[in-house]
Design a protein around this ligand. Structure first.
Ligand code: SAM
Length: 275
């Protein structure tokens, strides 16, 4: 399969977030890079999906949207990504880079990611917020789950912070393969599984992280809570500001207490505890 790359330039920038959410429902985003005008989005879609992507964009926005569209052969995808990937620092404590960037040994946590076709480089707000939460969380000796692991960036950081057992689960085969590669790249031991919340139930966790999206989380939160130990924490993202009340209510109905919220632009991440 070939891939379609869309490089968006939107003015004014504001409707961009809604467009992004609509697109997320349609296609799988591969990576995002913030730019001055909005964001470069690298989208994996087959040619049949394309009509609906364009219809979605046009139905949402009255803004001026310009985009370049390029078909990229699968084997060129990595080169395309590499030329756009900039290292990123979170809270002066976690440096996320590719193999070809200079290391920063003075930074406490350094993660090397080659995302290939998977989501999770730290550039997107939701990953950034989850990394911030993880930096503040005690993982020592804890069993952790990264649901919707993508590149497994979150699982790798949890393990670097002392987690005893770390598992990543994703519905996407590319992400499972990529997670295994990234774990090896960072010399981190973790278990990676293909699946969704239906495969939970075989063990419990002390910290569950899930950066997916609102509708999936609304369905799956009760399943996560069932396998969360008492005293355990649930970290959620893939959410926008207006999702806050619904997600909070869902968690509280299922026995969690709200702890805190983080926000970058319209994106939020939430922390809950099971008491
Ligand atoms: C927004 S990405 C997050 C990746 C990474 N954890 C991060 O924080 O950057 C969401 C990931 O969830 C996966 N996913 C989507 N629906 C899922 C589901 N129902 N169960 C598990 N994973 C799912 C996608 O394949 C994707 O890799």
């Amino acid at each position: 399969m070939n891939y379609i790359e869309y490089r968006f330039s939107i003015s004014p920038v504001e409707p961009w977030r809604e467009i992004l959410m609509a697109l997320l429902a349609e296609v799988e985003f591969e990576s995002f890079v913030d730019t001055e005008n909005g964001m470069d989005a690298y989208v994996k879609a087959d040619l049949e999906d394309e009509k609906s992507i364009l219809e979605q964009i046009q139905s949402i926005s009255e803004a001026k949207i310009e985009f370049e569209r390029k078909e990229i052969e699968q084997e060129n995808w990595n080169a395309q990504w590499e030329s756009n990937f900039q290292p990123i620092m979170v809270k002066d404590q976690c440096y996320i880079r590719a193999e070809f960037h200079e290391p920063k040994p003075e930074i406490p946590f350094e993660i090397i990611i080659q995302p290939k076709m998977s989501f999770g480089t730290g550039h997107h707000e939701t990953t950034h917020l989850m990394v911030e939460f993880i930096l503040e969380t005690d993982f020592t000796g804890k069993d952790t789950l990264d649901m919707g692991c993508g590149t497994s960036i979150l699982a790798i950081l949890a393990k670097m912070k002392g987690a005893a057992y770390t598992e990543g689960i994703d519905i996407d085969e590319w992400s499972v393969e990529n997670s295994i590669e990234n774990a090896a790249r960072n010399q981190v031991e973790m278990t990676v599984k293909l699946g969704d919340a239906e495969i939970l139930g075989y063990r419990n966790f002390d910290v569950i992280m899930a950066n997916i999206q609102r509708n999936i989380l609304m369905d799956d939160i009760p399943k996560y809570i069932k396998v969360l130990n008492f005293g355990g924490e649930l970290l959620l993202s893939g959410l926008m500001e207006h999702d806050f009340e619904d997600i909070k209510k869902k968690c509280e109905e299922n026995g969690l207490n709200f702890v805190s919220k983080k926000q970058r632009n319209e994106w939020i991440a939430l922390k809950f505890i099971k008491n």
